[in-house]
Design a protein around this ligand. Structure first.
Ligand SMILES: Nc1ncnc2c1ncn2[C@@H]1O[C@H](COP(=O)(O)OP(=O)(O)O)[C@@H](O)[C@H]1O
Ligand SMILES: [Mg+2]
Length: 352
């Protein structure tokens, strides 16, 4: 368990972490989400005693990191995959850590096996790819067989196979009852990995919620219709008491009603439909709205996507078939995120 109580860090007049209070519990993967510069890494450094708080407190299993007699047996962390002596082999890197922490040598072989680096164990780490470096960092985190694991943006720069592997590893560790705390700036990544979610922006806590609740609260669903008879359809929908929003590409959006019901209604009035799609707003968009005020770095230009300008609702993706109401299921790593475009028109944001 990791407990933060009003944790604060100031660098000069900049408040990087601002009175954070939350608890990271065992048995689930807790996602730590926030835009770049939100204060995730600073928070993690304070958890490990690498940065001292300007205020508040953070405890690992009830104690400050420095009070833990054998810290690697309580908490293992990957903060920066590049902080390795490049001239050392993977094996020797881990052996150094093991020997200075009273961890038996056989753990080195075990963790190398777990992360899939056995074949390159005797190679110097300076020749390692980013993905191999991440794996070596994870091996070091696992070395003391700790109950708490912490990873700072572990999927950055990884290929899909590596991302898939890390996700499953984290879920497996949580399923063993361990506390797993992982940061990311991508909502889509968190939705596939985490069961619980802590969202911060500009150092402040914005949300502390289960992923299921976050999805429930933030996924607006509606039906998209297109017809060659727009005026008539609009009249019929309005007469039936539905509020119709016209999108930039001439389609209609109707909220609060099932697609089937709208299909029936159109058939009753012998209206031709070219599209009848149940839609769901992307979680990425919900996250961006939540953090819009707290994003540090904004692009100010307008980016046009390949194939034309962004229509209102371009960030919206159809609900996957067979899973009504489920935009990407946490707990199923194989599934691709269901929200389409991951970017938005920066000019439309609320930020600076
Ligand atoms: N050592 C430092 N000195 C001064 N400012 C820092 C330092 N470390 C981080 N910051 C600032 O604190 C804020 C939070 O940074 P960081 O914790 O790295 O965010 P994140 O990991 O969420 O991207 C940023 O504005 C960053 O520039
Ligand atoms: Mg960071």
């Amino acid at each position: 368990m990791i407990e933060l109580q009003g944790l604060t860090k100031r660098y000069g007049d900049k408040t990087a972490v601002d009175h954070l209070t939350f608890t990271v519990r065992p048995g689930v993967v807790t996602g730590f989400l926030g835009p770049n510069g939100a204060g995730k890494s600073t928070t993690m450094r304070m958890m490990l005693g690498l940065d001292s708080p300007s205020g508040g407190d953070v405890r690992i299993d009830g104690r400050h990191y420095a009070q833990l007699s054998e810290p690697l047996k309580h908490i293992g962390a990957l903060l920066d995959a590049k902080s390795i002596h490049g001239g050392r082999t993977a094996y020797n890197h881990l052996l150094c850590i093991a020997q200075s922490n009273r961890i038996p040598r056989h753990r080195v072989d075990e963790v190398l096996e777990t992360v899939g680096l056995t074949a390159v164990a005797r190679k110097r780490s300076k020749g390692f790819s980013l993905g191999m470096g991440q794996r070596l960092g994870i091996a070091a985190a696992l070395l003391g067989d700790p109950e708490i694991l912490m990873f700072d943006e572990p999927v950055n720069g990884l290929d899909p196979e590596g991302i898939h592997w890390i996700r499953n590893l984290m879920k497996g560790l949580a399923a063993q009852g361990r506390t797993v705390f992982v940061s990311s700036h991508l909502m889509s990544e968190m939705a596939l990995t985490a069961e619980h979610l802590i969202v911060i922006g500009r150092g402040r806590l914005l949300a502390d919620t289960s992923m299921a609740d976050f999805i429930e609260r933030n996924s607006r669903s509606y039906v998209r219709l297109r017809t060659p008879q727009p005026e008539r359809l609009k009249d019929v929908l309005s007469a039936a008491g539905h509020t119709v929003v016209t999108t930039g590409d001439g389609a209609f959006e109707v909220t609060g009603v099932e697609a089937a019901q709208l299909g029936e209604l159109a058939a009753q009035h012998q209206l031709v439909l070219h599209e009848l799609s149940p839609m769901r707003a992307s979680l990425e968009e919900a996250f961006m709205q939540l953090t819009a005020e707290s994003v540090e770095y904004h692009a100010h230009g307008t980016v046009a996507p390949v194939g034309g300008p962004v229509a209102a609702g371009a960030h919206l993706a159809p609900v996957p078939q067979g899973q009504p109401g489920q935009p990407g299921q946490p707990g199923q790593p194989e599934q691709q995120p269901q929200w389409g475009a991951q970017w938005r028109n920066p000019g439309s944001g609320k930020g600076r």
